[in-house]
Ligand binder design. Structure first.
Ligand SMILES: NC(=O)c1ccc[n+]([C@@H]2O[C@H](COP(=O)([O-])OP(=O)(O)OC[C@H]3O[C@@H](n4cnc5c(N)ncnc54)[C@H](O)[C@@H]3O)[C@@H](O)[C@H]2O)c1
Length: 448
């Protein structure tokens, strides 16, 4: 057993992760730009038309043992993940468009690619959604469920999940729906009982995303949230997740600007460079941009995006460097650009003796191209967590913070936003569940 670099931290005897046999059913809430780009992408990869770039589960390797051992299998060969060939997609949307029509509308993928995939994409038609315009002001849904109460709507989603479950071996639900208005947890979120009473009373504190999440967790089905709205980050749904061994993680895909932030900020911090100001602005012209143009949905996004810097910089420990940081974020709806988001960051830093410097970042990205592999990885890893005895009943899977702007943690813990710490945590979790030594990067053994 190695001692140093791996830290000798072989963790307690690990029970075996169950194999990924049979079909994995992926139920996507919201078949918009991100969802259709993920689904079309998975099919393109299955047919050998393209590579799954940006997906750690599909492209990543993981080092095992000492550096001298040269052992770095692919992640997908090391942990028992569902194969892309075994994924079956379905979903819900407030519009009737099938996945081909919705992808054509989103204009993320080119016509040639979509035409090749058309016969498959056309077969995926959304089920009617749970929707209420109170929670997403800019949308007018036409393909929606009706019910006497929120409980009734939850039961309809449960029926959808149960019916789909009969056709596959395992199920994961992921929210790729629009960003709902900003909400604080309320009394209705304090316990499962309070939440269920809230469903009966159609409590205003229960948004549609929470109804889907409740339905999934009540069936023991893992749930991921790609948007920043309040969904599984409440006491009630965390409790339900643990009770039914249905893993959950944080929220809001970490794709463009926040991804860059959680790479750059740890570098400044590591070098003890001060930061006085960080101004971030974006232009975005897709439907997501339109929804975020509404101040109430923007507020939800803003809160999620603002969090990272404070936690990374720890101004309470480093007041000379970060106490006066002014952090501002803008998102502007600008239709001509569609899904091709452009983000600008101006960062006012200071160095030795307080001398100021500036950094400008101009990221011309493609929102859904960045988000699709994250959605895929989250689905595959949540399905893995469900089959891992050490993970399935702990509720929050903090090791998936790597993918999310707003990581979720156990009560009382601050979230870890540094992308590199998140990446180490993720890989060590995989080593841990497979009974491998953890890697701490100490490395003194090479110098004995
Ligand atoms: N693309 C990125 O880089 C990125 C990053 C982080 C978060 N997100 C979030 O992911 C979500 C999806 O983004 P997108 O670009 O695909 O948006 P989109 O507007 O193209 O798709 C959202 C879809 O959800 C549907 N929808 C809304 N409410 C619904 C409900 N209650 N039930 C079922 N369907 C519903 C809409 O009709 C639409 O088809 C957004 O909330 C966005 O903020 C995206």
């Amino acid at each position: 057993m190695s001692t140093e670099e791996q830290g000798g931290q072989k963790t307690a005897p690990v029970s075996k992760v169950a194999p990924a046999t049979g079909k994995l059913g992926v139920m996507v809430v919201g078949l918009g730009a991100v969802a259709t780009t993920m689904i079309a992408g998975v099919e393109a990869v299955r047919r050998g038309l393209a590579k799954p770039i940006g997906s750690l589960t599909q492209m990543g390797h993981i080092r095992l043992g000492k550096r001298t051992e040269n052992k770095s299998p692919m992640v997908k060969d090391f942990v028992p993940l569902a194969k892309l060939e075994d994924i079956v997609f379905t979903g819900w949307d407030i519009f009737e468009d099938n996945v081909y029509e919705s992808a054509a509308h989103a204009k993320v993928l080119d016509e040639k690619t979509l035409e090749q995939l058309k016969p498959y994409l056309e077969t995926i038609k959304p089920m009617p959604a749970v929707f209420d315009q109170y929670y997403v002001k800019r949308l007018h849904g036409t393909h929606v469920k009706t019910g006497k109460s929120k409980r009734d709507l939850a039961n309809q989603v449960i029926a959808d999940i149960q019916a789909f479950k009969k056709t596959v071996d395992r199920v994961v639900v992921i929210w790729c729906g629009s960003t709902e208005i900003f909400m604080h947890p309320a009394a209705v979120h304090e316990s499962i009982e309070a939440f269920e009473k809230g469903l009966d009373d159609s409590d205003i504190g229960i948004a549609p995303s929470q109804i889907y999440a409740y339905a999934a967790l009540s069936q023991g089905v893992p749930f991921a949230n790609g948007a920043p709205n309040l969904t599984v980050d409440t006491k009630a749904l965390i409790e339900l997740s643990k009770r039914n061994a249905a893993p959950i993680c944080g929220k809001d895909f970490k794709t463009g600007q926040t991804f860059m932030k959680t790479v750059l900020a740890p570098a400044f911090k590591a070098r003890h460079l001060g930061v006085r100001g960080w101004f971030s602005t974006n232009i975005l012209g897709n439907r997501d941009g339109e929804v975020l143009d509404d101040p109430e949905s923007f507020k939800t996004k803003e809160e999620s995006k603002l969090g990272s810097l404070d936690y990374i910089f720890q101004p309470e420990l480093y007041p000379d460097l970060y106490k006066d940081l002014y952090h501002k974020i803008r998102i502007n709806y600008y239709p001509p650009r569609g899904d091709d988001k452009e983000a600008w960051d101006n960062i006012d830093i200071f160095g030795w003796l307080g001398y100021p410097m500036q950094i400008k970042v101009n990221f011309l990205c493609r929102d859904s191209i960045l988000a699709a592999p994250i959605a895929l990885d989250l689905v595959l890893f949540l399905d893995l967590a469900k089959r891992a005895p050490g993970l399935r009943s702990i509720g929050i899977q903090e090791w998936l913070s790597f993918y999310l702007k707003a990581p979720q943690t156990a009560e009382g813990l601050y979230p870890e936003h540094d992308l590199f710490i998140q990446s180490m945590k993720l890989k060590n979790t995989l080593r841990h569940i497979m009974g491998e030594d953890l890697i701490t990067h100490l490395g003194l053994e090479y110098y004995d």
